[in-house]
Design a protein around this ligand. Structure first.
Ligand code: ATP
Ligand code: MG
Length: 347
């Protein structure tokens, strides 16, 4: 049987990239799981605090994220849904993994390297400077490995921005098994979706991201139709009038085409070149209108469901608490085995 695990940071309402690249697939995996499979989704508060967060705001975002996942179709009767920060075994295992992870492995992470590069060039005050690069930010891929390993996960559905981190988790699991001569941890495999990484609407050189400064760079699952239309109309493309699908040379237009495809079909084989050709002789405004309509058709039912669910915070807390109890049960079983293996089990 499979143990499917994934996580999302409570750093803002999920955007279209989170939905198409991850959450939609989570729902599908939940609904198609075989009897005996375990499906686990986790809101990872300990990852969120690797960057500065306002405490009051963070509490709210944790509830918002829970409501968002439920609105997207995660069903707590089918999936184990909980908040990582309520299950201390995550950080307990992370510490043990820190002690077998070479620093060099973490220095090679592109997420770290790009944060470092940005910080070293920081000019304005709202940018991350070097003093904000803390040890937690450097080490958080190890916490991610612990999140996966504490459940002995076998399959991890994440977007392709996470491939390098998943490979690190595999290396850490292998290092643990090798060092202690035990096959305690299975090798977690990535489950990718056919959906392309969704790019920022303001800067198609970047992926769409919750933590990017501009609100106009992303479409939230709570955006109403007017907001969606305005953001897509404002999407940065290029100065060529003809529409072609050329994701390398013309990432802005390519992003619109791939979002259109992802919102109108879940077929992995959809031919993006052909979609591009079907717009021959038409204007970018026409493409943008079709993209807006397709996104609204996907997002609007989710927005309405979110508003309904978010109005019931005490029910949301009950869902989270029930998840915490089940997650701690699983996690503490693994932790006991790990501590026995490492020599930290009893006095
Ligand atoms: P942050 O900026 O705070 O890191 P994020 O938008 O990167 O937020 P995460 O919580 O880090 O979101 O990631 C949640 C999931 O969404 C992961 O599986 C990640 O691979 C996926 N994901 C994030 N951004 C995109 C994107 N632009 N396109 C496709 N998938 C994405
Ligand atoms: Mg991220």
């Amino acid at each position: 049987p499979r143990v499917i695990f994934s996580g999302i940071q409570p750093t803002g309402i999920p955007h279209l990239g989170n939905y198409l690249g991850a959450i939609r697939n989570w729902v599908k995996l939940q609904n198609t799981a075989a009897p005996g499979d375990t499906v686990i989704y986790c809101i990872v508060g300990y990852h969120a605090i690797t960057l500065p967060q306002d405490p009051v705001h963070l509490e709210t975002e944790r509830l918002n994220m829970l409501a968002s996942l439920l609105a997207c179709g995660i069903n707590p009767k089918l999936s184990l849904l909980y908040n990582q920060d309520q299950v201390p075994e995550h950080t307990e295992l992370a510490w043990i993994l820190n002690c077998i992870t070479p620093v060099g492995w973490l220095s090679r992470m592109t997420t770290w390297k790009s944060k470092l590069a940005v910080a070293r060039n920081a000019g304005s005050e709202d940018e991350i400077d070097e003093s904000m690069l803390n040890l937690g930010l450097f080490a958080y891929p190890v916490l991610q490995a612990a999140d996966i390993m504490i459940h002995k996960s076998t399959h991890v559905p994440v977007g392709d921005d996470q491939t390098q981190h998943l490979e690190l988790a595999q290396d850490i699991a292998r290092a643990f098994n090798h060092k202690y001569g035990d096959d305690l941890f299975p090798m977690p495999q990535q489950l990718s979706t056919s959906a392309k990484r969704v790019l920022s609407l303001r800067d198609p050189a970047q992926k769409m991201s919750k933590s990017a400064p501009s609100d106009k760079s992303r479409i939230l699952i709570t955006d109403d139709p007017a907001a969606i239309t305005a953001k897509i109309r404002g999407a940065v493309t290029d100065s060529i009038t003809e529409i072609t699908y050329d994701p390398e040379g013309r990432p802005g237009v390519g992003n619109l085409i791939s979002v259109l495809a992802a919102c109108t079909s879940e077929e992995p084989t959809l031919d993006l070149d052909a979609i591009g050709r079907s717009y021959q002789g038409r204007r970018i405004q026409d493409l943008k209108q079709d993209v807006a309509d397709a996104v609204i058709a996907k997002i609007d039912p989710i927005r309405k469901e979110y508003e309904r669910i978010r109005a019931e915070p005490s029910w949301l807390r009950d869902v989270s608490e029930a998840g915490t109890v089940l997650a701690r049960e699983r996690a503490s079983r693994t932790m006991l085995e790990v501590k026995r293996t490492v020599g930290l089990a009893r006095m």
